[in-house]
Design a protein around this ligand. Structure first.
Ligand code: SF4
Length: 293
């Protein structure tokens, strides 16, 4: 059995079975949908489902219909709305900005200007390492009342925080993601702007690869057009990863371009031997077990 735990493939009933992922878990079959709806079925029920043998009238049929698992009852408007919300397709720009190190007055001003160019209505600036100068500058933005910036002291995400965040994604699949390559930008002390790092400052040797601009030199629209940003968006998309594209956890799982590059030499990584993937598999197993206990 592969790490995806795939059961032998049956040809699904073309009219009744909607696109989904499946994974044997806890003696049952976990079925998830591309927008993150999920339910557990017995193996026998899953086989009946694949054959189109579950009627609308039986209780399981009504659950499958509610979760968008009957192809002949798909609500495309709702699916589009959910996809847009969870993937931030309607987002106006990055909402989380992580600033590292002590910036000079000039660089702090340039970075703050760059951040404020984002049309995102919600802006959170996370200051990693105390930077009074930058905190003070950001606070003056709030004082004029035109824009609200939430400034927080950078606390590294703990394993508990990470687990709580992923559990929330499973409980409410519409929870917007704010940690992807386009949602979270990182700034170095020299004003470099990085994307695809999951909120981490890239290693010195990787800085060039992850840099999409320098505040004060490259305007915000230019950074958004940087080819590296497109590459990271693709690398962090489950649909672009052969193993993730078949994985029941992919609607919730954050793939990290920075981790892949650091450990496997490519932002795309190689999931069958990827340590983070192995950890995520274990973590989601525990999360689902807790949710149905
Ligand atoms: S990285 Fe996540 S989505 Fe991809 S295969 Fe591993 S657990 Fe599944």
């Amino acid at each position: 059995m592969s790490r995806l735990g795939l059961t032998p493939v049956e040809t699904p009933h073309a009219e009744r079975v909607a696109a989904h992922y499946a994974r044997p878990l806890l003696g049952k079959v976990l079925v998830t949908t591309p927008v993150g709806q999920w339910l557990f079925m017995s193996e026998d029920d899953y086989k009946r489902y694949l054959k189109g043998g579950i009627s609308n009238e039986e209780p399981l049929g009504s659950e499958l219909r509610k979760r968008g698992l009957f192809r002949d009852y798909l609500d495309f408007a709702a699916l589009g709305r959910m996809t847009a919300k969870r993937l931030g397709l309607n987002a106006k720009g990055p909402s989380v900005h992580v600033v590292y190190g002590k910036l000079s007055e000039k660089t702090a001003a340039a970075v703050l200007d760059f951040i404020l160019t984002s049309p995102s209505p919600e802006l959170t600036i996370r200051l990693e390492r105390h930077n009074e100068l930058f905190a003070h500058k950001a606070a003056t933005v709030n004082a004029d009342g035109k824009r609200h910036v939430n400034v927080v002291d950078g606390v590294k995400t703990s394993a508990e925080d990470e687990r709580a965040g992923l559990t929330q994604r499973v409980k409410d699949p519409e929870t917007p993601r704010n940690d992807g390559a386009l949602s979270c930008f990182v700034y170095g002390a020299d004003g470099s702007v990085y994307a695809g790092t999951g909120g981490e400052l890239p290693r010195k040797e990787d800085a060039e690869l992850f840099r999409i601009g320098v505040a004060g030199k490259n305007p915000y629209p230019e950074a958004l057009e940087h080819p590296a940003l497109r590459a990271f968006l693709l690398a962090e998309s489950a649909l672009a990863q052969p193993m993730c594209a078949q994985c029941a956890y992919s609607p919730y799982c954050p793939v990290r371009a920075e981790f892949n590059h650091r450990t496997q030499g490519s932002p795309f990584g190689h999931m069958p031997t990827n340590e983070r993937c192995r950890r995520m598999m274990g973590l989601f197993g525990v999360i689902f077990e807790e949710l149905i206990r």
